[in-house]
Design a protein around this ligand. Sequence first.
Ligand SMILES: [Zn+2]
Length: 356
Amino acid sequence: MRHAIDLFKKVIVGYGIAKELGSITTELGLGRRVAIVTGAHVRRLIVEPLVGEHLRDFEVEVFVAESPTVDEATFLADPVGRFRPSAIVAIGGGKSIDVAKYIAYQLGLNYISVPTATSHDGIASPFASLRGFKTVYSVKAAPPIAVLADLELISKAPRRVALAGAGDLIGKIVAVRDWRLAHKLKGEYYGDYSASLALLSAKHVMTFSSTIAKGGIAGLRILVEGLISSSTAMCIAGSTRPASGSEHLFSHALDIVANYPALHGEQVGVGTILMSYLHGLNWRRIRKTLKKIGLPVTARELGVREEHIIEALTIAHKVRPDRYTILGEGGLTRDAAEEVALRTGVIGGDSKDSSR
Ligand SMILES: [Zn+2]
């Protein structure tokens, strides 16, 4: 069997390293005509000073991505292409990176990822998560040629956005279980190495949850390392399998029934509690850790109605029928969905069997 792996060439994590963007671009032979794709807010706060001070030797044009949609990415690909850049640089939270990734793939260009938040593992993965496709999950693109994670920039992101990445990472505990299940029951390809790597990123977060909860640079570094490790797992597997199982299906379903109610990582965290219960895993430990980090563990904390949780649980298996998980082909009945949500305390006040 032939299995090709596409990986980034360089990952740099450190405090105040964004100023190295120019030298890294040169070092990687990416040319001097750079299209920066970013958000309006980040443009003012980060991109303009960075370009003015550290990219003076480059011809730079900045493109603002208004929303993480396919329409926006397709619309922007046109002016970016006309600028004829030698490379693209994505600077922003997960959303701008997803848009830039899609544009780079469409135009066949390399891109450097400069995340300004630790919100999800798309910062270095080869998959773009954009709204507006027929599907709500990610589509294949290419991994960045380099990742420049400046902890100084990342530390300026709102705490809630920073912590969401921890929820996305803890989700790998369920994602890997689902993958193994699909391997056993459906004969799906299973890569032990990429599965272990994804799992490691979740364990890393569980082990260092106190450090993450403190909200300092040390915690952010753990999150960055975990997100890059999970992205690498996807590069190696050639699919999102090691990083996305029924906990992600639940989050996507919640996006459908409640119109993107909370942050991706927050929803995945709650999905992980629910699905680890179904897998017979230690869901209490997962719930406790999420709570300790400061992530939502209930419908109320997610800002959704209890009915939304139940509905999302009953439709989650239909979101991506080719992705076999613990939800099986038939999914959960309404009664079963309510039972899971009640038992784990996601709905109906606190956990019903927390005393056990
Ligand atoms: Zn995710």
